[in-house]
Write a protein that binds this ligand. Structure first.
Ligand SMILES: CC(C)(COP(=O)(O)OP(=O)(O)OC[C@H]1O[C@@H](n2cnc3c(N)ncnc32)[C@H](O)[C@@H]1OP(=O)(O)O)[C@@H](O)C(=O)NCCC(=O)NCCS
Length: 338
């Protein structure tokens, strides 16, 4: 049975069952990824940025006894933002190839269409069944990024400490667990607005103003995801010359996500990129003792960033592809207008 589902009011048994399905999916599709934990999973699924909406459906097995809600065997959600719907779907490996994935995507697509949105975007992990699945539904590939993973156990910490100090004169590095302090938000937002080197593979609007930045930090915290920031400050002007962001999610705290890394145009060529990333890893080592790995996503054309990541010890892991489809086309192909 498929039904619309609200993670805010779902029972704890449903959340736990969804987690089991997610971990069964990871075990077959991404066996090197750490399993997810239940910590803040409800909040992760429920919380969104102001102005965005997430709508979810679950597929549940028939209950085996009266008090049992029925295992969650599949789930789809779509995040409505800007003019697109960003889709995520999961089907338990034990019930795949029975048409459930297709059914879930079409439910979400019909709603996205009714709500007046034009396209659906989805991130698809290379070398998994999801590639054939989305292509069979008419989604087309927009671009491919590479996910790379850094194993902290293999890091040469002495070398990293040198990298963290190998920066041109006139810059100072600062570390902020939890996000930038309020008095730095404006300068931080200016640096992000000037140049955005999208380093996290997320589908997001690219404009950054102080208010949106505050909202986005607040949303991260509400979803159980802890941001860490290292800034390079230009001492003379006080400007934020560079920044790097890593997020440690409560749901998989042994593997952190590298978000944006930005070096403002006027401050390139002084070793800031390498130094801020190295300093971040040194800080995380003591701030997050459980942390074992950091993952990052890069456009394959971004050679400068890939070079720095390789020097830090990141190893390419998988293709991470963005696919999209025109919603009207998808819906009309399945439900032809009469
Ligand atoms: C992708 C996914 C949702 C498909 O679910 P499903 O219920 O097996 O899909 P369906 O049975 O509806 O398949 C519909 C069509 O997609 C295509 N398809 C599905 N799996 C495929 C595969 N392994 N290879 C090639 N094509 C495939 C087929 O054309 C299929 O139709 P057919 O079975 O009649 O040939 C499921 O494999 C899944 O949950 N994957 C993980 C997705 C994810 O986001 N993971 C994130 C962490 S890795």
């Amino acid at each position: 049975m498929v039904r619309e589902w609200d993670p805010r009011t779902a029972s704890s048994a449903e959340i736990a069952s969804l987690l089991d399905t997610l971990n069964a999916v990871l075990a077959v599709d991404l066996p090197q990824d750490p399993p997810w934990r239940e910590d803040s999973l409800r909040e992760y699924l429920a919380e969104v940025m102001p102005g965005e909406r997430r709508i979810s459906w679950v597929a549940q097995a028939e209950p085996t006894d009266p008090g049992d809600p029925g295992a969650v065997l599949g789930q789809v959600h779509v995040l409505l933002l800007g003019d697109i719907g960003v889709l995520e779907v999961l089907v338990h490996p034990s019930v795949r190839r029975g048409g459930l994935g297709r059914d879930l995507v079409l439910r979400a697509a019909r709603r996205v269409y009714q709500e007046g949105f034009r396209s659906i975007g989805v991130e698809v992990v290379g070398d998994t069944p999801a590639i054939g699945f989305y292509e069979s539904l008419g989604f087309t590939r927009e671009y491919v990024e590479t996910r790379s993973v850094l194993d902290l156990a293999a890091v040469d910490w002495a070398e990293l400490a040198q990298m963290a100090t190998g920066i041109g004169a006139g810059y100072q590095l600062e570390f902020f667990p939890g996000g930038p302090p309020d008095d730095l938000i404006e300068a931080y937002a200016r640096a992000k607005a000037e140049v955005r080197d999208v380093d996290d593979g997320e589908l997001r609007p690219s404009s950054y103003d102080p208010e949106r930045l505050r909202d986005s930090l607040d949303t991260l915290h509400r979803r159980g995801m802890k941001p860490y920031i290292v800034l390079a400050r230009h001492e003379q002007s006080g400007e934020v010359a560079g920044l790097t962001e890593v997020v440690v999610p409560a749901q998989h705290p042994t593997r952190a996500d590298q978000y944006d890394t930005i070096v403002a145009q006027d401050h390139r060529g002084y070793g800031i990129d390498r130094a801020i990333k190295a300093r971040m890893l040194l800080e995380l080592r003591s701030a997050e003792p459980e942390l074992a790995e950091v993952q990052t996503w890069n456009a394959q054309a971004n050679e400068a960033m890939l070079k720095v990541n390789a020097e830090l010890g990141y190893r390419p892991d998988r293709d991470w592809c963005e696919y999209s489809v025109d919603v009207a086309e998808l819906v009309h192909r399945v439900d032809p207008p009469r």
